[in-house]
Each structure stands twice: as C-alpha cells, then as structure tokens.
Design a protein around this ligand. Structure first.
Ligand SMILES: [Zn+2]
Length: 265
C-alpha cells in the first residue's frame, strides 16, 4: 500500500510540473526551460509545505512527551510480555519503586496472563500495542481495528481494564491510521527518547543515546519483548533501565505512568 501511495504521489508531482510548465509558458511569457525550472521549484515547494502541515497536524494528535519544565520521565516497554525478561524488569521496578507503562502485544498477553496480572497488580499501566505487530500503514483499516480490538478484549478478560492508550507498532502512522485509532477511543502514545535497546548495541551506548534525546517530561522507549517470535535476549534492556533510573533519579527526575504524565498536562 505504501509503495502504491508513493508511486501515485510521484505521478501526481510529474503531472503538476507539466501543467504548471504549460501554464507558465502559455500565459506567463516564460521560455520553456525557464518555465520548467520554475515549475519544479513551485511544485517541490508546495509538496514540502503540504508535508510539513500534515506532519504538524499529526504531531498535535500524538502524545510523545509530557510538559516541559517538570522533572518527570515515563519509562515505556514494548512488545512483551516476554519471560523471563518482563518479570526481571518488574523485579527491578519494584526494587527501585518506579512505575512504568507496558505496551503489550495481544498475542503474548494471551499466552502470559499471569505476567499481565502482575504488571497491573504492581501499579504499572498497560497500553495496547496491537495483536501481531503489523505496520498499521501497510494494512487495511479493518485489519487495524481487528488488531486493536482483539488485544483490548484479551486485556479486558485478564484484568477487567478497558485500555485507552495505544502505540502503533513501529510508530507507523498517517492521518488515516490516527483517525482509526482515535475513533476507537484511544490516545496515541509514541516517545521522545529512544536508544534502540532492541538492537542490543551495548548498555553504555544505548543509555547515552537515550539521555541525549531525553528532555523534561520525556517518554522513553524500551523493549521487554522482541516481536512475535522472541529470540533476542533482553539482559541489556534490564541494565539500561537500571542505569537510566539511577542517572535520572540522581538528576531529580521522578518516574510516572503515561496516565500520570497526562494528568499533569
Ligand atoms: Zn513494537
């Protein structure tokens, strides 16, 4: 679907350039080569403006951080539950007395209901991260709805909670995806700081990258899981989480769930 859209946009741009070219040449008294040059500049400018406006419109509807000026941070964990790593992260959070938010996959939630129950009973927040981790930009609206609803039904059966925050897999979004998620009554939550912990590039490197991106109210992206068939270990994520908690706590930051962060806004 994405490739088709890109190809259509390309064809549209070519047509726009040709038409502008003809217009400028016929009515604007420009030579063909000048008209062609101006057409490219005009069309490129309009496309750039359109993309910027669209991006701005989207970012207004997405939560990617809390308010600035408050020393708060939100740790978020995606793609789980994934045993034993999710439990080890829960142990660490308990030891540090930190609350976090877990954007879980319905597929893993239904196979690990005890971990889901533990996440909730220990005061953390649950978020919907779809059922099978498909890119919402590449699937039909109906499939997006099915992915979200299936997961929420599973989470409701396990916890009795009706989850209202959603993080689309890969952060994949466009205006249609946002409309679909919001029409189901969800807030879309992305992130503002990410060190790519999922790639296991090393604890220090990941911590430093995360902290470089981090600002007050930052939502930090981490992964307790590893997509549908988990293979990669998450020991590094546990160490990264520990270091981030220690470093940010030392700087006076407190850790909030997404709902707590939103309550401050
Ligand atoms: Zn994910």
């Amino acid at each position: 679907m994405f490739k088709t859209v890109t190809f259509k946009s390309f064809l549209f741009a070519i047509w726009a350039i040709i038409l502008t070219n003809i217009f400028l040449h016929q009515f604007g008294n420009f030579t063909i080569s000048n008209a062609f040059f101006i057409s490219i500049i005009l069309v490129a400018g309009i496309i750039l403006l359109f993309r910027t406006i669209r991006k701005k419109m989207m970012s207004r509807r997405i939560i990617s951080s809390g308010i600035k000026g408050k020393k708060t941070a939100a740790l978020t964990f995606d793609d789980g539950p994934y045993s034993p790593y999710t439990e080890q992260i829960l142990d660490l959070l308990k030891e540090k007395n930190v609350k976090a938010t877990f954007f879980v996959l319905g597929y893993h939630a239904e196979r690990n209901p005890e971990i889901i129950k533990r996440i909730v009973s220990e005061g953390h927040q649950l978020g919907n991260h779809s059922y099978t981790h498909l890119n919402f930009k590449k699937i039909t609206r109906e499939k997006v709805i099915e992915e979200i609803n299936t997961t929420n039904k599973i989470l409701f059966e396990i916890t009795g909670q009706n989850i209202k925050i959603m993080r689309p897999p890969y952060g994949g979004k466009n205006l249609n995806v946002l409309d679909t998620i919001e029409n189901l009554g969800f807030k879309v939550v992305l992130w503002s700081a990410a060190g790519q912990d999922w790639a296991n590039h090393g604890v220090n490197k990941t911590v430093e990258k995360t902290l470089r991106e981090f600002k007050d109210g930052g939502i930090i992206l981490l992964h307790d899981g590893d997509s549908l068939e988990p293979k990669e270990p998450r020991e590094q994520t546990i160490e990264i989480t520990k270091t981030l908690i220690d470093r940010l706590t030392a700087e006076g930051y407190s850790f909030l769930t997404i709902d707590e962060l939103l309550a401050l806004n």
